[in-house]
Design a protein around this ligand. Sequence first.
Ligand code: RB5
Length: 142
Amino acid sequence: MLSKIFLSSDHGGFELKEKVKDYFLKNCIDFEDLGCTSLEPVDYPDYAKILSKKLINVNKSKGIIFCGTGIGISMAANRFPHIRAALCTSVEMASKSRKHNDANVLALGGRILEDKLALEIVNEFLNTDFEAGRHSLRVDKI
Ligand code: RB5
């Protein structure tokens, strides 16, 4: 059972974050937005850090992080040992990131993805379980 979904972005991911928030509100999906709050330029490592700290404290929670490409913020988030952030540009990648890698954070590029595809990726990520088994050994080696 998923306890909470945390969202964070820099300015490059802000607009897509807002679209995901609208979708969550319409579908009664519980989330917490950790910023940023506008298109004013900010630094994506700061928002990766804010989200990563939340995931230590809230059991079984997941995160979705956004920047222009998804690259910078996923690099920054993956510096934290408890984070397995997956930068996904397809539904298939989102599916495998959960089934095989037990990703706890989804990274999306706000300047890369069409809204419809982004929402499909989000849905797949949130509704797919880790397959464990042989994948657990590999994840444990990360
Ligand atoms: C900000 O302009 C941009 O560099 C950032 O959002 C992201 O794409 C970095 O990886």
